[in-house]
Design a protein around this ligand. Structure first.
Ligand SMILES: O=C(O)c1cc(=O)[nH]c(=O)n1[C@@H]1O[C@H](COP(=O)(O)O)[C@@H](O)[C@H]1O
Length: 275
């Protein structure tokens, strides 16, 4: 079953639009998990496994961010183990590899193998800046999801994404092109930052019921009510609202997994109040 279909099933069956971001930072781990040298990889795995197991029931997706793993010796193997664990233990929760890839076609082919075959991710985040041929190796894996940056959550999103191109801001052109020309197999989604709710409304109006990944609530200050009201589709779904640090580090001590579960439950409930 393809990514978008799995996501829709999960939205319905688990009644949640929450995406749990897995961005493990050893500097913020509880004391019981602090490790040095090669042991860091084991800590990355153990921390994320505990968070995933504690929050799975509240999650429509998990989103590991590759940099938090690749920054450490052995981190990529830890990421592989983690995704295998999620796929085995929580098979109804799709995994989005946040890698923001994008390159010429021959290199993009390798990135597609990395995301979908090596790591076993259901979807990957992609940068559309290099154009359609850079996306084709991902798009043609039609059972997997391609989640393209459209309007990002950071302040610098304005530098390029809002530049006017033939009478419209670039992010609108990206949304229209991907929805209209790249989505033949229905496996595309877009990233829109929670910190730009008006632009979110604009993008929802362009892309129909395409899924949108929304980072930027919690630590970056995005407003949940504005996101849900402006981003939901007609049936009250359509969104993967991500929180990473707000869930991962809900408590610094030994009870980190329980605290993460509480944070995930309350964010899921806050989201559902406005659907
Ligand atoms: O593609 C992303 O996930 C992403 C896009 C974007 O515009 N902004 C953004 O914050 N992200 C990612 O979403 C996560 C946000 O983390 P928190 O701010 O801790 O919830 C990080 O993994 C970011 O890399």
């Amino acid at each position: 079953m393809g990514f978008v279909r799995r996501l829709r099933d999960r939205w319905q069956q688990a009644d949640t639009l929450l995406c749990v971001g897995l961005d493990p930072d050893p500097a913020r781990f509880p004391e019981s998990l602090v490790a040095t040298g090669d042991d860091v990889a084991d800590s990355l795995f153990a921390f994320c496994r505990d968070i995933a197991d504690a929050t799975a029931e509240f999650a429509c997706a998990f989103k590991p961010q590759i940099a938090y793993f690749a920054a450490h010796n052995g981190g990529e193997a830890a990421l592989q183990r983690l995704i295998a664990h999620i796929n085995g233990t929580h098979p109804d929760v799709p995994v989005i590899l946040d890698a923001k890839r994008g390159d010429i076609g021959s290199t993009a082919e390798q990135y597609a193998v990395e995301a979908f075959d090596r790591y076993g991710a259901d979807a990957v985040t992609l940068n559309p800046y290099m154009g359609r041929d850079s996306a084709v190796p991902f798009l043609q894996r039609f059972d997997r999801g391609c989640i393209f940056l459209c309007h990002t959550s950071n302040p610098g999103a304005r530098d390029f994404q809002e530049l006017m191109v033939e009478g419209e801001p670039l992010y609108r052109r990206i949304a229209r092109t991907i929805a209209g020309e790249w989505n033949d197999d229905g496996n595309c989604a877009l990233v829109v930052g929670a910190t730009f709710p008006e632009e979110l409304k604009d993008i929802r109006g362009i892309v129909g019921d395409m899924p949108l990944l929304i980072p930027g609530v919690g630590a970056q200050g995005g407003d949940v009510e504005a996101v849900v009201r402006n981003g939901r589709n007609a049936d009250g779904t359509g969104l993967m609202i991500n929180s990473s640090r707000g869930i991962l580090y809900a408590s610094p001590g030994a009870g980190y997994a329980e605290a993460a579960a509480d944070a995930a439950r309350s964010l899921r409930d806050a989201i559902n109040r406005f659907r």
